[in-house]
Design a protein around this ligand. Structure first.
Ligand code: FE2
Length: 235
C-alpha cells in the first residue's frame, strides 16, 4: 500500500570547508559585541541575542566578511534549488547578529517576520554534533496529516507512534562550521544548552526584492526595488 508524501519544507545546509581558519576571529568579534552591547534585557534562561542588544549589523562589520560572503553564495544556491530565477531578483542582508547561549539558556520559538530567507552559522559548539549544547528545532504549523486539530498535542496520547507522517517538528544538531538556510517564516527555536561551554552562532536575515524594470508580476509578489522608494517628507 503506497503512501505518497507532498509539500516538503526545504532546509539547506553546508559544512564550510574553511571554518576552522575563521573560528577564533568570529568568537572574539561576537564576544566583543556582546560586551559593547546594551545592558542585558532578556530573561536569564534566554540566550544573548545581538538583535535585542544593539548588535544586529554584523553584515557590515569587516570582522564578519568571510561568513557574509559564504551566506551570499549559499543563499543563491538555495534559491536556485527552489527554482527561482535569480536574474529577476536582488538580494539583501537586512540584519545579522550573534547569538550566545550559555549553560541552561535557550531561544524560544519564533519566526523572522521581516525577512524571506534566514541563515544560521555555528561558530563554536561544545560537543559539536550532539544535542547537548542546544538543537535548532523547526515546528510544523501546517500539520497536514493531523486529521483532527490538536490530536498531536501533549494533552493526549491518542497518537500511538510518532513517525515521519505525523511528526510536528524537525531537529538539527548544532554542528560547528555548518551553515543552515531556511524560509524565514518557518517557526523555530533552540533547545537548552546543557553544557558548561559557550554556544556561539550567527543569524542572518535575507530579503528578496524585484530587480528594477524586471518581469511582469514581480512587483506584486516581491518588494519593489528599495531605490524606488520615497521616504515621507522627501518631495
Ligand atoms: Fe531565529
Amino acid at each position: 500500500m503506497p503512501v505518497d508524501t507532498w509539500f516538503p519544507l526545504a532546509v539547506y545546509y553546508e559544512d564550510l570547508a574553511d571554518a576552522n581558519n575563521h573560528k577564533k576571529q568570529l568568537i572574539d568579534a561576537s564576544l566583543q559585541l556582546e560586551k559593547e552591547g546594551y545592558e542585558r534585557r532578556a530573561f536569564p534562561e534566554m540566550a544573548w541575542t545581538g538583535d535585542l542588544h544593539g548588535a544586529e549589523q554584523i553584515h557590515i562589520d569587516p570582522r564578519f566578511s568571510w561568513i557574509v560572503g559564504q551566506v551570499e553564495v549559499h543563499v543563491q544556491q538555495y534559491l536556485q534549488t527552489l527554482g527561482l530565477d535569480l536574474n529577476q531578483i536582488d538580494l539583501y542582508i537586512q540584519r545579522a547578529w550573534p547569538v550566545i547561549s550559555r549553560h541552561q539558556q535557550e531561544v524560544g520559538s519564533h519566526s523572522h517576520n521581516t525577512a524571506h530567507i534566514s541563515a544560521v552559522y555555528y561558530v563554536s559548539v561544545p560537543n559539536s554534533g550532539s544535542d547537548e549544547a542546544g538543537s535548532l528545532v523547526f515546528f510544523d504549523d501546517v500539520r497536514p496529516n493531523e486529521v483532527s486539530p490538536g490530536l498531536g498535542s501533549e494533552n493526549t496520547n491518542i497518537i500511538a507512534s510518532w513517525n515521519y507522517l505525523n511528526q510536528d517538528q524537525a531537529m538539527y544538531l548544532p554542528t560547528e562550521g555548518r551553515l543552515i538556510l531556511f524560509p524565514a517564516k518557518q517557526r523555530h527555536g533552540v533547545t537548552m544548552n546543557h553544557t558548561e561551554g559557550l554556544r556561539i552562532s550567527l543569524s542572518f536575515d535575507v530579503v528578496l526584492t524585484a530587480k528594477p524594470g524586471s518581469a511582469a508580476g514581480s512587483y506584486e509578489f516581491l518588494p519593489p526595488p528599495p531605490q524606488q522608494w520615497q521616504k515621507f517628507g522627501g518631495i
